[in-house]
Design a protein around this ligand. Structure first.
Ligand code: NI
Length: 201
């Protein structure tokens, strides 16, 4: 038996993002989100009100080996909220091995998968329970909670993909903002601070 042979993982996936059988979890808190939102004043006010420890999102995941062809499967639970006009977001990333794709399947809540290429294409894909998006390789991706409830997705991606979190920050944020439309919904707007994803192929 190969040392790299893993045992099958049996997972129970809750609509609330609970994942029994998970091998790990991590959380991101308001204090981890500095520089992510465009409205720095609104961000600082929110940290002052709610505290740096306020939960923003939780990821449960199941992983075994990290060899080529292996998978990481998990759930992401992004709490609702707004920072200025922007809806709550995850940090977002491009896969370090940029050609690696990813599945996101919405389990509950409603939100948007914000997708961008380094050469300037941008798409905001709305998701509610039962809808999924197949994120191809070479697309920067970020979850946005546009609803009032936690936005919960099941994800699956290659274990050797890795994450490049730096490029969004280096670009002055993603090219597109998902903002309140003033009528109870959301819309997108260009981010005037975005300087392009230069230097990433
Ligand atoms: Ni990813």
């Amino acid at each position: 038996m190969s040392a790299l042979l893993s045992v099958p993982g049996r997972l129970t996936v809750g609509a609330d993002g609970a994942l029994s059988g998970a091998s790990g979890r991590y959380t991101k808190h308001l204090g981890d989100m500095g520089g992510v939102y465009r409205d720095q004043g609104a961000y600082e006010q929110l940290v002052a009100q709610r505290g740096a420890d306020a939960l923003v999102y939780t990821v449960h995941e199941h992983r075994n080996v990290e060899t080529e062809g292996a998978l990481i499967i998990g759930t992401s639970t992004l709490l609702p909220g707004r920072v200025g006009e922007e809806f709550a977001v995850t940090r977002g990333h491009l896969h370090a091995r940029a050609d690696r794709a990813e599945l996101y399947h919405c389990l509950s809540g409603s939100g948007v998968m914000l997708l961008e290429t380094v050469d300037g294409r941008s798409e905001a894909v709305p998701l509610t329970a039962g809808e999924a998006v197949h994120v191809p390789g070479h697309w920067v991706h970020r979850s946005v909670n546009t609803g009032e409830q936690p936005f919960v997705t099941l994800f699956c991606y290659p274990a050797d993909a890795g994450q490049d979190y730096g490029l969004i920050e280096e670009a002055g944020g993603m090219a597109t903002l998902v903002v309140d439309d003033g009528a109870g919904g959301w819309t997108t707007r260009p981010n005037p601070d975005h300087t392009g994803y230069s230097g990433r192929a």
